[in-house]
Design a protein around this ligand. Structure first.
Ligand SMILES: CC(C)(COP(=O)(O)OP(=O)(O)OC[C@H]1O[C@@H](n2cnc3c(N)ncnc32)[C@H](O)[C@@H]1OP(=O)(O)O)[C@@H](O)C(=O)NCCC(=O)NCCS
Length: 114
């Protein structure tokens, strides 16, 4: 199963802290805040959440439960929380792969679930 999403970065330019906190996890906020172009990173994480939903064709997913973390080399992955593992179990899947890219105008993410 595969999902892709692209979003305009400026969609997040006027979001309030409350809006970010509703959609993004503490770890995602801490990660993005390390960068001067932080909304590019937020936008990429948002694309992951939308691509995850598309991969499963399931609109019952809570965006703030799909958390993007990074390996030591910077590669993104989805945190295998109990919530995520239960979803994978429901879809007879056990592997998730994620890729993110962003520039000044757009972010894009691909999520593969098998
Ligand atoms: C990883 C790399 C390819 C990212 O490419 P980029 O064009 O700088 O940036 P992009 O916008 O396309 O991608 C950024 C995303 O890549 C992902 N990423 C970072 N390191 C990664 C890695 N080691 N593996 C996979 N994905 C990685 C991250 O998700 C990042 O977004 P995030 O920090 O918001 O989560 C690049 O930074 C890199 O480290 N290359 C190493 C090789 C190199 O430097 N070669 C130079 C030869 S001239």
């Amino acid at each position: 199963m595969i999902g892709v999403d692209i979003e305009k970065i400026d969609r997040f330019a006027h979001w309030t802290d409350e809006e970010f906190m509703r959609v993004f996890s503490k770890a995602e906020i801490e990660y993005a805040n390390r960068f001067t172009n932080k909304i590019e990173h937020f936008c990429g994480f948002f694309c992951v959440k939308e691509a995850f939903v598309k991969a499963l064709d399931d609109d019952g997913i809570s965006y703030n439960q799909i958390e993007v973390l990074h390996t030591d080399t910077g590669k993104p992955y989805i945190n295998r929380t109990r919530y995520v593992n239960e979803i994978l179990h429901e879809y007879f899947a056990n592997k998730i792969e994620v890729s993110i890219s962003h520039c000044k105008e757009y972010a894009v993410a691909i999520v593969s679930i098998d």
